[in-house]
Design a protein around this ligand. Structure first.
Ligand code: PHE
Ligand code: ZN
Length: 883
């Protein structure tokens, strides 16, 4: 029965635990439907003296077999055990050992949280609250214990048995067909980092010598037969280990580091101590099966999980409100890693594009929340782009404000001061205050205030005084539960560009001139006056996207075109183009919505022609310059009464126009970038392919026969997945016979390979045509599809809801109905996956009235459904809330 809404968990209510667990000894006997778990916990009261507090352990769906305290079985009146809780009202005064035996059914675990089976493999997922589904425990991150894990299973079923730490014993169990393994992890850790794996797995091995000369064994475990696809993940891991040593002085600490790839996984990967468990999509890659983008993502995720060993594991979070402490910081670290390995400008532009496409929309809608939320109903719903990506931006701003040296000193202090502990955001920021003597109190608002700040910048030149004045005004929009905001500290990297394209020396008329060309805006309105500026400069502000804000500058199209071709800051060159194109696209989308026609702008394509001709630019950067702003970028700029069909039409029109106007140049560049040697994934080769395929994409956008044939030829001739997919994806946007033929061919080639068939599902999900919804419904009944596998569901359904704005937002509301019904169907089996799908409605309030009403009806349909999971009901309630 659905009664009153459950009370939220609040940061303000945090209390340290009454009990600590020093050691956990697990003894797990794997069985497909009745796995037995014995846990021996050595408990001790957190505080000395006083009467002992009751002991309340978390559980979820557990069946208790027996319970003993210091070796003596407890009598029934000494404890209360339900599926969800184990309470001992009057525990002994001092330390004691509690032995608990429970049974669970891994095969029935469709939530993929706790101990479950992926195919025939036993694996675990304990973040955030999965450990309580394995045994009764103080399942909170500020309870850190040393774990020893014994696993037994039949040798036939699970020849490989793994857990966190180092292997200390293994062998056969005499007289049976079973064997066992004992793993010991000497580093105290919270329960969410526990992991164990059992199954028939093949392994690829590598070695790494740490900076202090210790040898570490590296192992990647995969389904037998997939060993040849582990090379890139292994190489990425070694690069990540070395980078963390050189850039942060962080060394790996166990004798062995393992990665296990499984095919059923709710997220990307998980940083369990010494035993990372990965969605196999982010491990397996070869030239024939993975695109350059897949290779990049694998490298970034392998690095991300590895970096967690220090930022997340050695130093963990005091409570789940502090999630950004490990996630924002670790995303920042993986972004820096990629920037160092590849091109910094290209990485920054890609990261900002993703931030805007997802986080800015989340921040502007009903699901907005601070980087550190103050309350939650369901923690699983807070693994968001705000916590991760905006969380990374906040760390980046700290570095920008303090400078690289002090930032590193602050990180060093954080590592020494908090190693082995569960920390808070305040403690993290305090380390930077301590090394720099900066006052970071106002900076903390980045963690507590939701919403994307907007800064309006107005520049004016005074020829008589030879000065340039910059007026800045900031506002932070209201967000759920936060009607009014305080002004933020906003670091703005700045350049004043002279007519020759060079930066002018910056000298403030009053106050100290900033040493790193970064202005700090901290008041609602502030002005800066620069001296010795003889001629009007062109303002280049928020260079490198130094702050995650919406910036509005009163700049003419001429100035933007100047920056697009001359700015010394690569990010702002790209930004200037984006701004120009977005202005045009917004105007055109509005015109199309009211039955008008789209305007064309030859000066825009002329400027792009110049970029394309500039041989000094790196190809990957040119590819980004040529990429027309996304539909979400245009919709965000329109802000209200958005008509996604008009937005789509405006964008498609501009793409066709660019493809047509630059046809000859694009074709020429396409030809000259043709691959000469064998396929390679170094940054330069990747960049060339990306520009070449961008040229192809724009040519195909014209719909001209020649270009269609060119794409079809590339599709068939390709010797690698990148070129094959790029051709197919360009083709799939056109309603031409070549599309059907190529899709059929693709399925035939790769039918045995689920990860590749996912690409086939996704391509069809984003076809911008009215027939797509029926196509998707039919595909859900395809033999290769399964609602039980998160990768399949994401490839087809999430790709549609998040990647096909036009058809998800069909005027008849059928897209919303389909997604809502799918959410309800998924919810009983996998609530986390269902809730994530429902959050595709995050921007429904900005739609034009007819669609808004239909989206609202679909959301209501979900919200009033009987027996919803906490995950889905939380998203539905927040999406519908009025403030
Ligand atoms: N902690 C994981 C990461 O970001 C993500 C994750 C969260 C995985 C919850 C599973 C469950 O690296
Ligand atoms: Zn992470």
């Amino acid at each position: 029965m659905r009664t009153e809404e459950a009370r939220p968990v609040r940061l303000a209510d945090y209390r340290p635990p009454d009990w600590q667990v020093d050691t956990v000894d697990l003894d797990i006997a794997l069985d497909p439907t009745a796995t037995r778990v014995r846990a021996k916990l050595n408990l001790r009261p957190s505080a000395d003296g006083g009467p002992p507090a009751p002991l309340t352990l978390d559980g979820e769906g557990l069946v208790l077999r027996s319970i003993a305290l210091d070796g003596t079985a407890l009598s029934p009146e000494q404890y209360v055990a339900t599926a969800d809780r184990l309470t001992i009202a009057q525990p002994p005064q001092g330390p004691f050992a509690l032995e608990i035996e429970t049974v669970l059914d891994p095969s029935a675990n469709t939530e993929l949280s706790g101990l479950y089976r992926s195919g025939t493999i036993y694996c675990t997922q304990c973040e955030a609250e999965g450990f309580r589904r394995i045994t009764y425990f103080l399942d909170r991150p500020d309870v850190m214990a040393v774990y020893t894990t014994r696993i037994e299973a039949t040798k036939a079923q699970a020849p490989v048995l793994l857990a966190n730490g180092n292997l200390i014993a293994a062998g056969d169990i005499a007289g049976t067909d079973c064997h066992f393994a004992v793993w010991h992890d000497p580093f105290p850790k919270p329960s969410y980092l526990f992991a164990m794996v059992g199954g028939n797995l093949a392994c690829v091995e590598g070695r790494f010598r740490t900076m202090s000369g210790r040898d570490v064994t590296l192992r990647i475990y995969v389904e037998p037969g997939k060993e040849s696809r582990c090379g890139h993940a292994m190489a990425s891991l070694k690069r990540a280990m070395r980078w963390d040593e050189t850039e942060f002085g962080r060394e790996y600490d166990l004798d062995i580091f393992m990665i296990v790839a499984v095919s059923d996984f709710n997220m990307g990967a998980m940083e369990n101590k010494g035993l990372n468990i990965f969605n196999d999509k982010y491990v397996l890659a070869s030239a024939e099966t993975a695109t350059d983008a897949d290779f990049d993502r694998i490298e970034a995720i392998v690095a991300h999980e590895y970096f967690h060993n220090w930022t997340g594991n050695r130093i963990t979070c005091r409570d789940w409100f502090q999630l950004c402490l490990k996630e924002g910081l670790t995303v920042f670290r993986d972004q820096e890693f990629t920037a160092d390995l590849r091109s910094r400008a290209v990485e920054r532009i890609s990261d900002v594009r993703a931030l805007r496409a997802h986080q800015f929309d989340e921040d502007a809608g009903p699901l907005a929340h601070p980087v550190r939320p103050a309350q939650y109903h369901e923690i699983n719903n807070f693994y968001t782009t705000t916590v991760y990506e905006k969380g990374a931006e906040v760390v980046r701003m700290l570095k920008t404000l303090l400078g690289a040296q002090k930032f590193r000193a602050g990180m060093d202090l954080y590592f020494t001061r908090h190693d082995g502990r569960a920390a808070t955001v305040e403690e993290f920021v305090q380390c930077f205050a301590d090394v720099s003597s900066a006052d970071l109190a106002q900076f903390m608002l980045w963690y507590s205030q939701a919403g994307t700040p907007e800064v309006v910048a107005t520049g004016s030149h005074d020829a008589a005084r030879k000065s340039y004045r910059l007026d800045l005004v900031q506002t932070v929009p209201a967000s759920p539960d936060q009607p009014s905001k305080e002004p933020m500290v906003i670091p703005l990297a700045i350049g004043l560009v002279g007519a020759d394209g060079r930066d002018l020396p910056l000298k403030l008329s009053e106050g100290a001139t900033p040493d790193r060309a970064v202005l700090t805006l901290s008041k609602p309105a502030q002005s800066f006056v620069f001296a010795d500026i003889a001629a009007p400069p062109v303002l280049s502000l928020n260079r490198g996207f130094s702050a995650p804000i919406k910036l509005v500058v009163n700049q003419s199209a001429d100035e933007l075109r100047f920056l697009a071709t001359r700015d010394g800051d690569a990010f702002n060159r790209w930004q200037a183009f984006q701004t120009l194109a977005t202005q045009l696209l917004v105007e055109n989308a509005k015109a199309l919505r009211t039955g008008g026609t789209a305007r064309t702008e030859s000066r825009l394509t002329d400027a792009l022609r110049a970029v394309l001709a500039d041989g000094t630019l790196e190809p990957a950067f040119v590819a980004l310059m040529l990429t027309v702003p996304g539909e979400a970028d245009i919709a965000r700029e329109i802000g209200r009464d958005v008509d996604p069909a008009a937005v789509f039409a405006a964008r498609a029109g501009l793409r066709a126009r660019v493809g047509g106007d630059l046809g000859a140049e694009l074709l020429e560049r396409y030809g000259s970038l043709a691959q000469t040697g064998p396929y390679a994934v170094d940054a330069a080769s990747v960049g060339r392919r990306s520009l070449r395929n961008t040229c192809l994409d724009l040519l195909v956008a014209t719909g001209h026969r020649d270009s269609i044939c060119l794409a079809a030829r590339q599709y068939h001739a390709a010797d690698n997945m990148t070129d094959r997919m790029a051709a197919l994806s360009a083709l799939s946007l056109c309603d031409v016979p070549e599309r059907g033929e190529a899709l059929e061919d693709f399925y035939g080639r790769y039918r045995g390979d689920p990860l590749i068939i996912d690409k086939w599902f996704s391509l069809q999900a984003v076809i911008p045509e009215p027939g797509t919804l029926d196509r998707i419904k039919a595909l859900t009944r395809h033999g290769a599809f399964s609602f039980a596998n998160p990768n399949r569901v994401r490839a087809l359904i999430h790709a549609f809801a998040l990647g096909n704005h036009k058809e998800f937002n069909r005027p008849d509301g059928a897209g919303y109905d389909f997604v809502a019904d799918t959410v309800l169907a998924l919810d009983g089996k996998n609530p986390q996956l269902a809730a994530r799908l429902l959050s595709a409605f995050k921007s429904w309030r900005v739609l034009e009235p007819a669609r808004r009403q239909r989206a609202h009806a679909s959301l209501m349909h979900v919200a009033i459904a009987y027996s919803l999971s906490p995950d889905v009901s939380d998203i539905a309630r927040r999406a519908l809330s009025e403030n």
